[in-house]
Write a protein that binds this ligand. Sequence first.
Ligand SMILES: Cc1ncc(COP(=O)(O)O)c(C=O)c1O
Length: 384
Amino acid sequence: MSATLSGLSRRGQVPVFQATRVLAAANALEAAGRDIVHLEVGQPAGGAPQVAVAAAQAALGTHPLGYTESLGVPDLRRGIAALYGRRYGLDLDPGRVIVTTGSSAAFLLAFLALFDAGARVGVVEPGYPAYRNMLGALDLVPVALPVDGATGFNPMPQHLAAAGKLDGLLVASPANPTGAMLDGAALGSLVDATRARGIRLISDEIYHGISYGKPAVTALSLDPEAVVVSGFSKYFGMTGWRIGWMIVPAALVPTVDRLAQNFFISAPSLSQIAACAALEAEEELDARVAIYARNRALLAEALPRLGFRDVLVPDGAFYLYSGLPAGETDSEAFCARLLDERGIALTPGTDFDPVRGRGTVRFSFAGAHVRIVEAVRRLEGAPL
Ligand SMILES: Cc1ncc(COP(=O)(O)O)c(C=O)c1O
């Protein structure tokens, strides 16, 4: 990273988040009248569940919607704790649940609460780009842990050993962009390795609830010291409402509280009311996971047939990460061409893996099934 203009900070010069760049380009084409199939952003087509929208509508005009407690409204903190009982059989103290402005804010709070400038934090590659960009902007050092098919695209203790000294480790299961999941044994071995080396574990569990075989395991069930981050954007379909949460050890709560007070005052109050209601919408939300499963099956069948290589069929989340078709070597040029010529928006792999990602691309299949059918139809149109 280097400053491009005098007077601007060096650490502020984070790389572009390609998925949002592609989204902006796709939106511009749509504004000009083109029909674009959006497979670039991880945004559930269904939006917030009906009960959440109804709760927000009822609150408008009747509720003062002022600032809330910095740690979140007590009802929502209790509701999230109860979710850990239903999903994982855990008895979680709501006092350890902190409501944040999207899970993105939870990462910021976790990084600030746990690490001082210069701390080295392991991030899996390919992985969600905002981790390393946020770490860099905070003068922390993201240390890439490159994973591949040999470990099912999961980090293992040997990756930690190869990374040198680490102060923290960020894992996501299900992962973005690969959809890889750590089972209990694999997560347990990572927990043991991080504890043995004094490494703080941050577990991104935002895709929990969206898996196609076994349910995901929470790090909370294996390591009470782990910081768990999750939120309402994915399973709950509430991206724009900007509500996430973190579960932290009790001793960390006052520190995160002070940081949250100063950075955010509180998460949006209307959204917290809607999120509370969304916790009751599991039937509607599970029906969406069944649609993602159909989308996944369609792409898993079609992409190899259409020439895509090394197609990774995900265990969870709603992404399919794939090699480019033969002869293609530049994922950014490939995605630009696909958008321009076929009206299909995809995210180039360079977002997730700056080096190997030149040869890969990510399909998000969180959209309606008819749109995935349309994407396949457009890909079938002529040789790529
Ligand atoms: C792995 C992962 N973590 C976190 C986020 C951020 O989500 P939020 O909307 O809760 O800030 C995303 C969004 O795509 C993601 O893919």
